[in-house]
Design a protein around this ligand. Structure first.
Ligand SMILES: [Zn+2]
Length: 224
């Protein structure tokens, strides 16, 4: 498995830091986890061809995780992509799909089939990917209820399963407790260090070490 962090910046843009996106190449498939603004430039730098991506997974609808997806779709069809693209979104997939027509990127006119799908179908279409809800957006509950808004506050963390070990991308979250079952046994964890308290980051390490207890012998043994 190859994991390439295309962007890891916070929601407040900084020069020299790109917004959230991770490119994962695993068992013959390429997944883009989140697509913050500017992801297309990182894909160009990474020599990702128009038909290479199999799926794009948007963990939640904060702009720094999703705003680049419209230019991604425009770039792919202008470059003549032909392969279907699966685009998984965390909530309100019908309304999200309608935005492409609003932006004159009419699904019936672009060069490939864009399938906007709910996260609940992620493992159905891609059995090696697993999504788990996290607590990142729950802090908006009062505002949403006050204005009777339809936002269901869905945010996800993603696990990529592979025969050589699993990768977990926490994306943004408030507490690592909320995804403890997803972390356990993973080979690699990429965890949000911007929102959780520092103690929570350490907790993620503890959960991870529970799955991979340090063997004193291997820790002091000679390399062979
Ligand atoms: Zn966020």
């Amino acid at each position: 498995m190859q994991i390439r962090i295309l962007g890891s910046g916070s929601g407040l843009p900084q020069l020299g830091k790109h917004l959230s996106s991770v490119l994962v190449h695993s068992e013959g498939k390429q997944y883009l986890l989140d697509c913050g603004e500017g992801t297309i430039y990182q894909l160009l730098l990474s020599d990702v061809a128009e038909n290479d991506l199999d799926a794009v997974v948007i963990t939640h609808f904060h702009p720094d995780h999703v705003a680049g997806v419209f230019m991604l779709i425009q770039m792919l069809y202008l470059r003549g992509r032909e392969k279907d693209l699966l685009l998984f979104v965390p909530e309100r997939e019908g309304e999200f799909e309608a935005l492409f027509s609003m932006f004159y990127t009419f699904p019936g006119r672009i060069s490939f089939k864009l399938r906007v799908l709910p996260m609940s179908e992620l493992s159905v279409h891609l059995p090696k990917l697993e999504a788990m809800t996290n607590d990142h957006l729950y802090g908006y509950r009062d505002e949403i209820e006050k204005h009777d808004l339809p936002n269901p506050m869905m945010a996800y963390s993603i696990r990529v399963h592979s025969d050589g070990g699993d990768f977990v991308y926490s994306s943004d979250l408030c507490t690592t407790d909320s995804i403890a079952p997803l972390i356990k046994g993973a080979h690699t964890l990429l965890v949000d260090a911007g929102h959780p308290e520092p103690q929570q980051i350490l907790e993620a390490e503890r959960l991870w070490l529970e799955a991979y207890p340090v063997d004193p012998q291997s820790a002091t043994g000679t390399a062979e």
